[in-house]
Design a protein around this ligand. Structure first.
Ligand code: C2E
Ligand code: CA
Ligand code: CA
Ligand code: CA
Length: 275
């Protein structure tokens, strides 16, 4: 048994070691990325029923000299595990607020809002509220133009604390959106308890809604429920006119997806007017 154990260790060791090394390398590279300024924010437009821009979601990109452009799904989970998300998230917030402050001086863009993704770990930092306030104050951004996107993973515990923080930020004008709505187990209790302004219908329901009667039924239920609670609804991942039209005729007021624009650096972003 002892020999078998030793063999097992010898057999798994190189692969495990390689995985650990890769992880450490990635963690170090992420740390460096902050110092070297290798992160970028791309902005994806959100549009209303007439196609008019109402704002944008800020989505982080990591431009690494070795790895190339790394999508967030490949580094945000590690950043969350290691706690680096705190600093990365702060950079995202500061950068988005600076962008808002810049738009405020442009009559064509001063009403646009920016949605910022906030990870659960970041939100649960004891000074999160203070950090958001400071970021707004330092940039001079109008808090009413900032929408923070939360996922329901945020309320796995300490719900009262979550509500309290949201209310503190509501007071200064910051709004909240529930991201990826419908994909978890507690979506409905989040809707009921949290002081939200907006719900984002997850892309997975939008994808097949034209052909799949179950998805269509779910989307209609989300719209009806959210509207009766006074919440604005954003449909994510809208790629076709058929999807847009389906959503539009059922009362969805805001749309986001490749049909209207892919996430892009601000310089390439149409920004105002119609998509
Ligand atoms: P998310 O918040 O659900 O963001 C929407 C994702 O859908 C984005 O992927 C966006 O590029 C993509 N998308 C938008 N429209 C379409 C479409 O029409 N079709 C398809 N197929 N995809 C579409 P992205 O940028 O790769 O981001 C992935 C996830 O990474 C985000 O999902 C979010 O959870 C996370 N993330 C991105 N930026 C940040 C950030 O600054 N902070 C944190 N904590 N998480 C972030
Ligand atoms: Ca989001
Ligand atoms: Ca989402
Ligand atoms: Ca998503």
């Amino acid at each position: 048994a002892k020999d078998a154990g030793r063999n097992a260790i010898r057999f798994f060791n190189p692969a495990m070691q390689a995985a650990i090394d890769a992880r450490i390398a990635m963690e170090n590279a992420l740390r460096q990325a902050l110092v070297l300024g290798q992160f970028q924010l791309h902005y994806q437009p959100q549009v209303d029923a007439t196609g008019w821009h109402t704002g944008a979601e800020a989505l982080i990109r990591w431009s690494d000299p070795v790895r190339g452009m790394v999508p967030p799904d490949r580094f945000i989970p590690l950043a969350e595990e290691t706690g680096l998300i705190i600093e990365i998230g702060q950079w995202v917030l500061d950068t988005a607020c600076a962008q808002l402050a810049q738009w405020a001086t442009d009559p064509a863009r001063q009403n646009l809002q920016i949605s910022v993704n906030v990870s659960a770990r970041q939100f649960h930092q004891s000074d999160f509220v203070e950090r958001v306030r400071r970021s707004l104050a330092a940039s001079g951004a109008n808090p009413a133009r900032l929408m923070l996107e939360l996922t329901e993973s945020i309320v796995i515990d300490r719900v009262d604390e979550v509500i309290d923080r949201m209310e503190q930020l509501n007071v200064v004008g910051v709004k909240f959106s529930l991201d990826d709505f419908g994909t978890g187990y507690s979506s409905l209790s989040c809707l009921k308890r949290l002081p939200l302004d907006e719900v984002k219908i997850d892309r997975s329901f939008v994808r097949d809604l034209v052909d799949d009667s179950n998805d269509a039924a779910i989307v209609q239920a989300i719209l009806a429920m959210s509207h009766s609670l006074g919440l604005r609804v954003v449909a994510e991942g809208v790629e076709t006119l058929a999807q847009r039209d389906f959503l539009l005729t059922r009362g969805c007021e805001t749309f986001q997806g490749y049909l209207f624009g892919k996430p892009a650096p601000i310089a390439q972003w149409a920004g105002s007017g119609h998509s």
